[in-house]
Design a protein around this ligand. Structure first.
Ligand code: UD2
Length: 383
């Protein structure tokens, strides 16, 4: 009771002092309007790195590497919508200017390469969190060019970690890969399993994880690794031979063209809609260190689908009824991938809010909005 009375007195005293200070020095014009609307105002006009509103200090500063890429550009949109300050870097090796065109006025964007240590030091300056998405993300591309993958994914990650450590950022979250598990027969894959990478890409992503853990253990830089399981969704590039399979299948089928399955189509993946990966990144930043830091988490849907099953679902969504072509299996490919997500659920509070089929529907709708025709219209036109 006594403590409640004391609290009331403190409250009254603080309010009186505040009101007196307002009498002595009136607030700037539009103070209250700007105070209450600040988050909307920031989303519309804020300039990252240059706080325009001295009364608002709740926003954090995020650096997204690979911001013009598929996952980076989705992350940026979510952070901006929450009123956070976003700085982004990209070297456009695989990222696309159009992915950030409509948000570029609200970003502090810098065209820079992970291999440029000075640029990384400048990029990390004043940042709270680094979301490291930049990579050469492709198994077959790493098979064709292992040196290029290693430079971007290993040397680039190490440069960024050195810069983040020296700039004293609060935490680095890393886009790791389910490819680290390789072809071990145990399913679902859980984080305690030994890594068994097959492709140079998988090795490079695992090396990135180990560097993040080393920087936590040796330098005390807080790091979290998220092992993504085949992320798909809006803004995934469908046009490269190294593009993710769902971007390729969906756009082919919408054009009325037959998709190519490498192998017998009985390989399976735990396809994960991009919003789930975005949510996991934000949770990884704010989860208390004891639960998250120095750890590796699977980020997936927890749903296993073969490519043949996936094509069947996509036929229903896109209307494509044509044939499917089968080609040779790809070198470095793994057969089955399916995640146990209980560790991320327990420690990060991660929940895959968008399921596999719902994610496919949203993705198909997005490609259609971008001008991809429905399969029926496409075959009509080609007649
Ligand atoms: C790996 C990782 C994934 C992510 C990704 C980055 C695994 C299980 N997953 O994805 O988490 O890091 O690398 O690139 O290692 N395919 C076709 N037709 C096509 C394209 C692909 O059949 O037109 C097949 C391909 O042979 C593979 C499956 O589809 O069996 C998935 O291929 P992907 O390139 O989309 O992704 P994947 O599994 O290599």
């Amino acid at each position: 009771m006594q403590s409640k009375v004391a609290l009331l007195w403190c409250n009254a005293a603080a309010t009186s002092l505040f009101l007196l200070s307002l009498r002595a020095k009136p607030p700037p014009p539009n103070f209250w309007k700007r105070y209450y609307c600040s988050s909307f105002y920031v989303a519309a006009k804020g300039t990252p790195g240059q706080p325009f509103f001295p009364y608002h200090s709740a926003m954090a500063n995020y650096l997204i590497t690979g911001i013009a890429g598929f996952i980076g550009s989705n992350l940026a949109r979510t952070l901006l919508a929450r009123g956070e300050n976003v700085r982004g870097i990209d070297n456009f090796a695989t990222g696309k200017r159009e992915n950030i065109a409509e948000i570029s006025g609200r970003l502090d964007f810098r065209e820079a390469d992970l291999l440029d240590l000075d640029a990384m030091r400048q990029a990390c300056q004043g940042m709270d969190y680094v979301l490291h998405q930049a990579a050469i993300a492709s198994v077959p591309r790493s098979v064709a060019d292992p040196l290029g993958s290693n430079r971007a994914n290993v040397d680039g990650t190490l440069n960024l970690l050195v810069a983040a450590r020296d700039a004293k950022v609060k935490r680095v979250v890393f886009a790791a890969s389910s490819s680290a598990y390789g072809d071990t027969p145990t399913l679902p894959k859980h984080e305690e399993m030994p890594a068994n990478p097959i492709s140079p890409y998988a090795v490079s992503k695992l090396a990135g994880e180990l560097y993040l853990q080393s920087f936590w253990r040796v330098y005390g830089l807080e790091t979290v690794c998220l092992r993504y399981f085949n992320i798909f969704g809006p803004r995934q590039d469908p046009n490269s031979p190294y593009s993710g399979v769902l971007a390729r299948f969906i756009t082919s089928m919408l054009r009325g063209e037959q998709p190519t399955i490498f192998g017998d189509g009985e390989q399976s993946r735990d396809f994960t809609y991009v919003d789930n990966a975005v949510a996991a990144n934000l949770q990884a930043c704010t989860t208390p260190a004891a639960q998250a830091v120095g750890r590796v988490f699977n980020i997936a849907t927890g749903h296993q689908a073969t490519l043949n099953q996936t094509v069947a679902v996509l036929r229903g969504i896109t209307g494509y009824q044509g044939p499917v072509q089968y080609g040779a299996a790809r070198a470095g490919d793994i057969k089955h991938s399916f995640a146990d997500i209980s560790l991320a659920q327990k420690h990060l509070g991660y929940r895959p809010s968008v399921g596999f089929e719902d994610g496919l529907k949203r993705t198909v709708a997005w490609y259609q909005e971008q001008g991809a025709p429905m399969a029926a219209q496409a075959s009509e036109r080609s007649r």
